[in-house]
Design a protein around this ligand. Structure first.
Ligand SMILES: Nc1ncnc2c1ncn2[C@@H]1O[C@H](COP(=O)(O)OP(=O)(O)OP(=O)(O)O)[C@@H](O)[C@H]1O
Ligand SMILES: [Mg+2]
Length: 1024
């Protein structure tokens, strides 16, 4: 390779880079984007990622979505504030090291002009071709070698989920050889190698097939080599020459792409290792025909935005994953994948980590308390961010704010129909609209099983559409009326044909207890196959589970008896010795309920037991359908209702779609139980088209358009009326405006909303010169506006929050945490709170005098609580929201003192899942209030207080356990186990031997033990 030429190219594009013009030139992927060793150009002058972590960041965060997991909107949200709490702490400590780092960075940047010599080892394993890339970094002569040792920076950078895989690689001895060989499979920048660029030293064993199909890297390498040789080997500083070089490079790259399109790599432009991983980890040997067709669509190859829609279980994920890998590996760009719920993000993280390790990219979690804003700039490898809707939005905001949005090459949205669902839909819409507006090179892909009005979405996303009716496992739909079962059949006159009569002997008692024949229906399937029974309410789930178990034969408890016993034992362990009496009775039969009343730990444990077949029946609420992948042979809908609402076609489709998963079942069936009275409506339900999805940007006023405008101006995406109007025209709402809001034009809506925000003191209009047209009027964000925006405070509450905090300044009671907790109790949980007045009074009476004063100070007199408890009439008006908020503060206060969800749940007679949601919601809101206060000088006093409170709410356990709980995968129960086994600090854990851990700690798998140790190491290495 011509080092001089390569160096010139890098310098040229590095310094001359003009974002817009270059991007527009590169609309077709060019060598500049595809060249393997070209990452630094994207990253500009950049800090070492490790040091970045110590710099104070301005998180732009949102509340998260775990509560939706269980539907009832009874929970609040999680937030990724922990990383920021650390950052803030560091910021306040004003590390003197920062300045030292700055000098280090300069050295590193000089070295980033290093030349990479890429060696390819292509070995053929059976029919699979494996492509291994060894990249050796040499710095230019005259510069010091940059050597990063494995285990130091690199392990720091690697998310802990991936550290585990590195360790596995290190430990496995079969085909990987010794550690020194394995090091070569580690990320490129972590290997110290002698300077050499001897291509002939590469071991190349190729099959004829491999020779025919050169990999992408081969193509590019040769193209780049030739390209480099063609250029002047002398370094020139003249602007003209640099530009010539740049344009030559681009032309050469374009030619390379054109000449090699369609044959870039053995597996959809990817190394055949990818195919190997799919076969090994997922059991996928061959793509479905539609998947192949979709991946080879002209529009996909041309990188047009794409929406695709297939029935549930159709295999949509695989297509998205291949496209994401292409982006990460071939185009060398970051990728964002947006998924609807925290649990699904976590599932996807563990599913894709192996790809990240084997193929050399980062998999980063943006859900729950995870995620950093803006993300760390990586020097070499690309990142795949997997995010919830809210975290995805915050991530995009932070990338726009730091001018890095074009580093995102691809955004994938799963369950795109969610764009039409409430405030979360509005957030998704804002995210996509912002990407469309700010980055022309970011490719967008959306998928869904339940889309109807695709044209609107196509127009919004400027996307092509692909659809197919393919489903690998046939799904048979049935309806049950009395004891007759009908098959749904679109060819029949009324949409159904008689199938069979239920054949099960019912005693008189059973008939009374189980008029819907649920026992008959489930026993046709369980225990050998799994079954889901969707129930309208949470209480109903528990009742149905108990009822079914009452009538199951004595043979059921014998099925996998030992494992079920283990499940019960584990449930008890994770809940400090507590066990729900319903689960205690049902689990021996292999049955459990699944709804938001469960704690997260319980839910995860039950899901694992269900997935492995130890449990065979879940009675669940509708939201399980949208949650993690819990398939079943048979899905039963106990009634065509969700709570009191009649089922929607989309909900019905999602629920029955759980039946019959590829690779697990050979058939799938759904049975909807209905009464005669609902028959007509059900017949319409099964035959009607899917519901349309509509924009919620305007409907969710404070969480929609207002928040959008504030952030547009705050992030300087659009600051004058004309630009904001243009932005609005490009939204999903803009597409549907005439249909959704006939009486007003988009212009009027825009003007009104801006006026509203101005009147609220969140925006200010710049002084206007007379000559200026209305559409040129510029706006800027006020301090209050910025605080609300930075704190992601729902604009419905920003006034109240400001008032409450201001009032707090006059007399904050700091004798206990109660007053502070009150100030961070989430406003939007208050409306659903229904205090038990006896409990309220009892709790109040137990408070100290100073604590009771908090009640009086916020506006809840003792007499009010007392009168309520004793059922007396109350004349004086007291603000119900304040009363309810104080009640929730009592719950949180008790929880912080006792740190036991179960005992608090009993004390306040509230479900433990609800209490857990309240806690995560309060922790999240506390972090938001902290960011709010950071922007407003008058609230400086709150900052230190809220920082501590946020930590306390986040961990809500005894102080000594807090450090242990920072370790990935360690929750309260596990932390207690570790602590009492002598692992009292992070250092203890980092130095622990996983094998000893397994022996000392009950119910700890080898995988978990290794993850705990590597995560502890990671935290420690980050702190030093
Ligand atoms: N080509 C294939 N061969 C075998 N199995 C496959 C193939 N493609 C996907 N699968 C498997 O099919 C199952 C369902 O796929 P996937 O989760 O992608 O469905 P989906 O279309 O996203 O459905 P939903 O709308 O319910 O989310 C998964 O277990 C996946 O591993
Ligand atoms: Mg899917």
């Amino acid at each position: 390779m011509d080092e001089g030429g390569s160096r010139i190219r890098r310098r040229v594009s590095f310094r001359k880079r003009n974002r817009t013009s270059l991007e527009s030139i590169l609309a077709v992927p060019s060598t500049a984007e595809l060249k393997p060793g070209n990452e630094e150009e994207e990253e500009e002058v950049e800090a070492g990622s490790r040091r970045r972590k110590t710099v104070g960041l301005l998180p732009v965060e949102h509340q998260d979505s775990e509560e939706d997991m269980f539907g009832d909107y009874d929970g609040f949200t999680e937030n990724s504030f922990l990383a920021q709490v650390d950052d803030l702490e560091q910021k306040y400590m004003q590390l003197p090291e920062d300045s030292k780092h700055a000098t280090d960075l300069v050295t590193e940047d000089l070295c980033s002009e290093s030349i990479k010599n890429i060696k390819f080892n292509i070995t053929t394993v059976d029919s699979f071709t494996e492509l291994k890339t060894d990249e050796h970094i040499n710095c230019q002569s005259g510069h010091q070698d940059v050597t990063i040792q494995p285990g130091a920076d690199i392990l720091y950078d690697v998310p802990s989920s991936q550290v585990l895989f590195y360790e596995n690689l290190q430990n496995s001895s079969n085909d990987l050889g010794n550690w020194s060989t394995k090091e070569k499979e580690l990320p490129h920048n972590c290997i110290e190698q002698p300077q050499q660029s001897d291509e002939t030293s590469s071991k190349i064993r190729t099959s004829p097939d491999v020779n025919r199909r050169k990999s992408l890297k081969d193509h590019l390498k040769s193209a780049m080599t030739g390209n480099a040789k063609a250029q002047t080997p002398m370094f020139s500083r003249t602007k003209q020459l640099k530009e010539t070089l740049l344009s030559e490079e681009i032309n050469a790259a374009k030619k390379t792409i054109e000449s090699s399109s369609g044959d870039l790599g053995p597996f959809y432009s990817l190394p055949s290792k990818v195919r190997d991983i799919y076969a090994r980890f997922k059991g996928i040997e061959k793509l479905y025909e539609w998947q192949h067709t979709c991946l080879t669509l002209k529009s996909v190859q041309e990188r047009k935005n794409l929406i695709y829609s297939l029935p549930t279980s159709g295999g949509k994920t695989l297509v998205a994953e291949i496209l994401m890998l292409q982006e990460l590996l071939c185009r060398r760009k970051d990728v964002l994948m947006i998924l609807p719920y925290v649990a699904i993000v976590q599932e996807k993280i563990s599913g894709l980590s192996s790809f990240g390790i084997e193929l050399g990219f980062f998999v980063e979690e943006y859900a729950g308390s995870k995620g950093r804003f803006p993300p760390i700039k990586r020097r070499e490898k690309k990142s795949l961010y997997i995010a919830t809707i809210e975290k995805g939005h915050s991530l995009v905001n932070s990338l726009i704010e730091t001018g890095r949005i074009s580093s995102l090459g691809l955004v994938v949205v799963d369950e795109l129909h969610m764009i039409g669902e409430g405030s979360r839909g509005a957030i998704l819409e804002m995210t996509l609209a912002k990407i469309l507006y700010t980055s022309k090179t970011t490719h967008i892909i959306g998928m869904s099983a339940t889309l109807n009005n695709v044209e609107d979405l196509q127009e919004f996303l400027q996307a092509e559409y692909y659809t197919s009716q393919f489903r690998p496992v046939e799904l048979k739909e049935y309806l049950k009326i009395n004891d007759a079962i009908y098959e749904v059949d679109s060819r029949a006159e009324n949409g159904i044909t008689f199938s069979r009569l239920l054949n099960y002997k019912y005693s008189e008692t059973l008939k009374k207890m189980d008029p819907d024949h649920l026992v008959a229906l489930v026993t046709e399937v369980i225990p050998n196959y799994s079954c889901l029974v969707f129930c309208p309410t949470k209480k109903n789930c528990e009742n149905v589970a108990e009822m079914i178990c009452k009538f199951l034969s004595k043979e059921y408890p014998k099925h996998r008896e030992k494992e079920k016993y283990e499940v019960l034992k584990n449930l008890k362990n994770i809940s400090s010795g507590n066990l729900c009496p319903v689960l205690k009775r049902t689990i021996p039969f292999g049955v459990a309920y699944h709804h938001s009343g469960l704690t997260n730990d319980e839910r995860k444990l039950l899901e694992e037991a269900y997935s492995s077949g130890v449990l065979c029946l879940f009675t669940c609420t509708s939201t399980l359908a949208a949650g993690v992948n819990l398939p079943a042979r048979r899905v039963i809908l106990r009634a065509p209702y969700v709570a009191k609402e009649f089922l929607k076609r989309n909900q019905y489709k999602q629920m029955i779609g759980r039946a019959g998963r590829a690779g697990i079942d050979s058939v799938g069936e759904s049975i909807l139980i209905l009464q005669e009275k609902d028959k007509q409506q059900v017949l319409e339900l099964i035959s009607s088209p899917l519901e349309n999805c509509y924009s919620h940007l305007i409907q969710e006023f404070t969480k929609g358009i207002q928040t959008l405008f504030l952030s547009l101006i705050g992030l300087k995406i659009a600051t004058n009326l004309g630009d904001i109007y243009n932005f609005m025209s490009g939204t999903f709402f803009g597409v549907q405006q005439k249909m959704l809001l006939k009486e007003k034009s988009l212009w009027e809506i825009t003007v009104e909303s801006l006026r509203y925000l101005t009147e609220k003191g969140l925006l200010q209009k710049d002084t206007v010169s007379k000559s200026e047209e209305e559409f040129q009027h510029n706006f800027h964000i006020t301090k209050l506006g910025r605080a609300s925006f930075k704190g992601t405070i729902d604009l419905a509450y920003c006034d109240i929050l400001y008032r409450d905090l201001k009032k707090g300044l006059e007399g904050l009671i700091l004798e206990s945490l109660l007053h502070l907790i009150y100030l961070t109790t989430p406003y939007d949980m208050v409306a659903h709170c229904d205090p038990d007045w006896m409990i309220y009074f009892r709790q109040f009476s137990q408070l100290s005098l100073a604590e009771q004063n908090v009640a009086a100070l916020v506006g809840v007199p003792e007499s009010f609580i007392w009168k309520k408890a004793s059922g007396q009439a109350i004349k004086k008006k007291v603000d119900k929201d304040i009363v309810n908020r104080l009640y929730l503060s009592f719950v949180l206060y008790t929880l912080l003192k006792e740190t036991n969800i179960w005992s608090v749940s009993e004390k306040f007679n509230m479900p433990r899942g609800y209490i857990q949601n309240l806690l995560t919601g309060a922790a999240s809101f506390s972090s938001c209030v902290l960011h709010f206060c950071e922007e407003l000088e008058e609230f400086w006093v709150y900052r230190a207080l809220l920082l501590e409170l946020t930590k306390k709410l986040t961990y809500c356990v005894k102080a000594e356990l807090i450090p242990l709980m920072e370790v990935t995968g360690v929750l309260e129960g596990r932390a207690k186990q570790l602590y009492s086994a002598g692992y009292k600090s992070l250092k203890h854990l980092a130095n622990a031997n996983p094998e000893v851990l397994i022996r000392t700690i009950d119910h700890l798998s080898r995988r978990q033990a290794k993850q705990i140790v590597s995560s502890a190491k990671e935290i420690i290495s980050g702190a030093t």
